[in-house]
Design a protein around this ligand. Structure first.
Ligand code: SF4
Length: 218
């Protein structure tokens, strides 16, 4: 890993030779986790309430040892050509098309927008680093904010920091509770931030809910 970049830094990320291999969308397990902004964007872009997305495209998993549950994109098992001789079974994102392209590129989740970058939360704010997880040759430099393609990045950063802090505090609370209470807290949190749609300005709605959730759950 390298870098301690701000969103205005130029980093060698964009490969002119990227042929849409789709490798970064395969065998990802439950690692493509969703935050409330992702849930809002997916519902908006696919014209589906989040409750519908959990029928096939989104699952839930425990994300840490304290028992915090969050949604993630589902993988499906498919057969892909391995070499001249045959096929192999792989798991891939349900939104990956047969030609290796993302079917929801415009509303893809934050984890996908970031790749191959990682994000870290520091006192001075959010910074980025290169995971060095894509070895496609011929990369050129691109500014990180352009790479992410998220409008109102300042507001988005404020949201990410607040969500990150909320999840940390909720995890601390969960660590003090028994199994049944953890389940109830997770269910209520998922209902407040994911299962209930966002009308109007996302960031404003999120802030209202975050303050309510802090009173009820923390
Ligand atoms: S949403 Fe798109 S970019 Fe993200 S893993 Fe699925 S296919 Fe890949």
């Amino acid at each position: 890993m390298k870098g301690n970049y701000t969103s205005r830094d130029l980093v060698r990320l964009a490969s002119s030779r990227c042929a849409g291999c789709g490798d970064c969308c395969r065998n990802m397990g439950d690692s493509i986790r969703l935050d409330p902004y992702d849930a809002y964007m997916l519902s908006y872009g696919l014209h589906k309430p989040f409750q519908k997305l959990i029928e096939n495209e989104v699952g839930f998993s425990v994300t840490n040892e304290q028992g915090l549950v969050l949604p993630h994109l589902m993988m499906k098992q498919v057969l892909r050509k391995a070499d001249e001789k045959g096929q192999q079974a792989v798991t891939e994102c349900t939104f990956l098309a047969a030609d290796g392209k993302c079917r929801i590129h415009g509303v893809r989740p934050g984890v996908c927008r970031l790749f191959p970058l990682g994000r870290q939360y520091e006192e001075s704010g959010i910074t980025y680093f290169d995971l060095e997880a894509c070895d496609m040759p011929g990369k050129s430099k691109v500014r990180i904010d352009k790479w992410l393609g998220i409008p109102d990045l300042e507001e988005y950063h404020a949201f990410k920091e607040n969500w990150h802090t909320f999840c940390k505090r909720l995890s601390d609370r969960l660590s003090e509770e028994d199994q049944d209470t953890r389940k109830k807290i997770n269910t209520l949190m998922l209902h407040m931030f994911f299962m209930t749609g966002y009308d109007g300005d996302f960031y404003e709605c999120f802030e209202v809910r975050r303050k309510q959730a802090e009173q009820i759950l923390l």
